[in-house]
Design a binder for this molecule. Structure first.
Ligand code: SAH
Length: 219
């Protein structure tokens, strides 16, 4: 869907938010976070014109910035509270991180590509965010030193139940992650029962890049 060129970024963001709302994203705080985040900052120059479309776009290192609808859906599903400490695995462009930073008290985010981490850090700084803590590393292991977390969001597809991450969740915490080995995965929400167990819900089908082991050798 192409947008008229003369629209301002604000108009385009407002239109995007209306579209997410019509698709079932209803949480006011989430919609407000999306409406106040300049997505064109997170896309490569080649795709700036398409930054306000509701689609995933390529970023460096063969990765993708998630589709705004999926960012909205996952952020809403995570039920972030103003006091939440959130762990995000897969910083990528940093777009989802910024949305979380507007909902939570603190966001810890892990990325396995140095280049993506560095670019995302520059964006967090440009936006004046003071509640995002970054780490270059393998997010599959979580972030033991900072655990436990109130909420965990995984933005790369885990092959199966992410046990190491679930172990770093508070007893009544919530984890949202795409689960599956194929090109289409199941977006799952794990809700802690307060006694070490979880209820698991399948929310929808999604397409994410895979959660890979170890850090990337290339920059
Ligand atoms: N939330 C991002 C989506 C990025 S795509 C955005 O809005 O832009 C998923 C990201 O997960 C990629 O950047 C990829 O490098 C990263 N990733 C994959 N496996 C990882 C791992 N084990 N640890 C940390 N990051 C990982």
């Amino acid at each position: 869907m192409s947008e008229p060129d003369d629209d301002t970024p604000e108009t385009r963001l407002a239109r995007l938010v209306l579209s997410l709302r019509s698709q079932g994203v209803s949480d006011a705080a989430v919609l407000n976070a999306i409406e106040t985040t300049p997505r064109e900052m997170f896309t490569p120059d080649l795709f700036k014109e398409r930054a306000f479309e509701d689609s995933a776009l390529p970023i460096a290192c063969g990765q993708t910035i998630s589709q705004p609808y999926i960012v909205g859906l996952m952020s809403q599903a995570l039920k972030v509270e103003p006091r939440s400490r959130v762990l995000e695995i897969g910083t990528g462009s940093g777009y989802q991180t910024v949305i979380l930073s507007k909902l939570a008290r603190l966001v810890y985010t892990v990325e396995r590509y140095r280049t993506l981490m560095r670019d995302a850090e520059a964006r967090f700084q440009a936006l004046g965010l003071t509640n995002v803590i970054t780490r270059f590393g393998d997010g599959g292991e979580g972030w033991a030193k900072q655990a436990p977390f109130d909420r965990i969001m995984v933005t790369a597809a885990a092959p199966d139940e992410p046990k190491a991450l679930l172990a770093q969740l508070k007893p009544a915490g919530i984890l949202v992650a795409p689960i599956g080995k194929g090109p289409v995965q199941s977006l799952r929400r794990y809700v802690g029962d307060g006694q070490g167990g979880f209820t698991v819900e399948a929310l929808t089908d999604v397409r994410f890049v895979p959660l890979l082991d170890g850090v990337a050798r290339e920059l």
